[in-house]
Each structure stands twice: as C-alpha cells, then as structure tokens.
Design a protein around this ligand. Structure first.
Ligand SMILES: *[C@@H]1O[C@H](CO)[C@@H](O)[C@H](O)[C@H]1NC(C)=O
Length: 182
C-alpha cells in the first residue's frame, strides 16, 4: 500500500531515499495531504504505486520547490530538506518537523502551530506573518531569519532572542529586530 515518491529527472540521482529505519516509523500523511500531492505537477513530485495513503515527505530533498499547493497538516517532515522552498501560506499545523531544513525558505503566513521544530534549521528563512502558537522551537537555528509580525509567547520570544543574530538576505530585516528583542 505504501506510495513511493519518485525523484524528478532534474534532481540529483545521488540524493538519498528515505532510510528503511526512518520509513518504518513514518506516520501516515492525512488524506488531504495525499490528495494535494497528486495535484502537484509531475515534474515536481510524482506519486506512484497503489491507492495507499501512507506517503511521507520525511527526509526528502525538496530544495527550491514551489510547494504552495501542499497541505502539510500533521505531516511527517522529519529531516525534510526545504532549502529555498516556497511554503507561503502552507499549513504545517501539527507537523513533525524535527531536524527539517528551512534554509532560505519562504514561510510567509504559513501555519506552524503545534508543530515540533526541534533541531530545525531556519537560517535565512522568511517567517513574516507566520502562525507559531504552541510550536516547539527547541534547539533551532535561526540566524538571518525574519520573524516580522509573528505573534510569539513571551517565553518563546526570550528563547529565540537568546540565539538570534544576522540579517535576512531577502528582506534586509535583522533577526533580532524582527523578534522585537530587547
Ligand atoms: C539540503 O539541500 C541543500 C540545497 O540543495 C544542500 O546544499 C544541502 O546539503 C542539503 N542538506 C542535507 C542535510 O541534505
């Protein structure tokens, strides 16, 4: 029943498939996410296999992809590589995004609420207007990220300000200023 995501032809054949030990622990993506996946152009992500709904994007290399049509609510995004990907307005609500890579990603107005971003890399990401209520940002990297208009709980703001540095290369906004750090 498991679906397999084929790599597109323009992607490097040397990128790694999801390791077996990870694949075994994958959670089922919601059927909405699976539907959204099938709606993607074939040169972005091709879905193969039977009618199962157990695909996960965990560990995939989605560098530079336009993913605005995806619905990633409660998706398993562990170690997924979203470098320079466009996730503007996408729901990642409740996603399992431990060690995911969002370097330079566009997360404007994205919904990161109730997600787990432990060890995630937000270097140079734009999170302007994103929703982060109840998101876990333990041990994240946020150098150069832009948090303009993100409503943060005081304790979370304090944690992020303790590690904030850099200037976002896309917006020119300083990470500390975007977080309203004292
Ligand atoms: C993620 O993708 C970027 C850009 O393609 C690449 O440079 C980097 O090595 C990748 N990171 C990992 C951990 O695979």
């Amino acid at each position: 029943m498991a679906l397999a995501l084929r790599r597109s032809s323009q992607e490097s054949p040397s990128s790694h498939p999801v390791p077996r030990h990870l694949a075994a622990g994958l959670l089922a993506v919601s059927s909405a996410a699976a539907l959204a996946l099938t709606a993607l152009p074939f040169n972005a992500l091709a879905v193969s296999g039977g009618g199962g709904v157990s695909e996960s994007l965990a560990g995939k290399d989605l560098t530079g992809k336009d993913l605005r049509k995806l619905k990633l609510t409660k998706a398993n995004l562990r170690q997924t590589n979203f470098t320079d990907a466009n996730l503007e307005g996408v729901s990642l609500f409740g996603s399992l995004s431990e060690s995911a890579i969002f370097r330079g990603a566009n997360l404007r107005n994205a919904d990161l609420e109730s997600g787990n971003y432990e060890f995630a890399d937000f270097t140079n990401a734009v999170l302007e207007g994103a929703f982060v209520n109840n998101a876990q940002f333990v041990k994240v990297t946020i150098t150069g990220s832009d948090w303009t208009d993100v409503v943060l709980r005081k304790d979370v703001q304090k944690e992020l300000c303790a590690i904030a540095d850099g200037v976002n290369p896309t917006t020119g906004v300083s990470t500390r200023e975007s977080l309203l750090c004292p």
